[in-house]
Design a protein around this ligand. Structure first.
Ligand SMILES: *[C@@H]1O[C@H](CO)[C@@H](O)[C@H](O)[C@H]1NC(C)=O
Ligand SMILES: *[C@@H]1O[C@H](CO)[C@@H](O)[C@H](O)[C@H]1NC(C)=O
Length: 179
């Protein structure tokens, strides 16, 4: 088991050093939806062009009643004749997670958002929710990914009812300028 983990780690490292190192990550579209606008208001959910290769994601919303029981569902999709689920889906309890980070995949995802948002505090979640110029580079991704078109869907359930859904589309291409 330990050997397998070691080999897997070595494989990931080699992937990073090798072919896929010269890749470009770009958000291509974003769609946010509130399922109850008297609880969650979306003011802004938009991509901004940084340069030809880069876009950043901005979000501004208001939670009108405190959320104390929040479940997050994250699913990655890859486009192949339509978007098909890719890798696995994660579900975690956000309030529990913020007390003690327990889900290793959620930790990786949370790390990507943390520095660009005001989400890094314990529950309840209420008031202004911001993501400010979130931009990612291929090298910052928690796992090496193939080239292609992807979608990450993040669904937030408050008191077990879906309240907010975010679909972030992105593209990974070989970056010939860097290879
Ligand atoms: C929307 O949220 C408010 C505040 O929590 C709640 O009172 C209301 O019942 C919700 N509406 C629906 C349709 O779930
Ligand atoms: C968020 O949206 C609200 C309402 O439109 C606005 O008053 C506020 O300035 C916005 N905040 C940011 C940081 O964009």
């Amino acid at each position: 088991m330990r050997n397998d983990l070691f080999l897997f780690g070595l494989f990931l490292t080699l992937m990073r050093l090798g072919f896929y190192h010269a890749a470009d990550f770009k958000f291509t579209n974003v769609i946010c939806k509130s399922y109850n606008e008297s609880w969650f208001l979306i003011h802004n959910c938009r991509l901004k062009a940084v340069n030809r290769h880069k876009t950043s994601y901005n979000f501004n919303g208001t939670i009108l009643y405190p959320g104390n029981h929040i479940i997050i569902n994250i699913q990655l999709f890859k486009k192949e004749n339509g978007y098909k689920p890719w890798l696995y889906k994660i579900t975690f309890d956000l309030c529990r997670f913020l007390k003690k980070a327990y889900n290793p995949v959620a930790i990786l995802v949370f790390k990507l958002f943390k520095d660009y948002s005001n989400f890094n505090h314990p529950c309840p979640f209420v008031g202004r929710q911001l993501i400010n110029d979130l931009h990612l580079s291929y090298d910052a991704l928690p796992l090496p990914m193939p080239t292609g078109e992807f979608l990450i869907e993040i669904d937030c359930f408050f008191d077990l009812k879906i309240l907010l859904s975010t679909k972030l589309y992105f593209q990974i291409r070989e970056d010939f300028t860097r290879s």
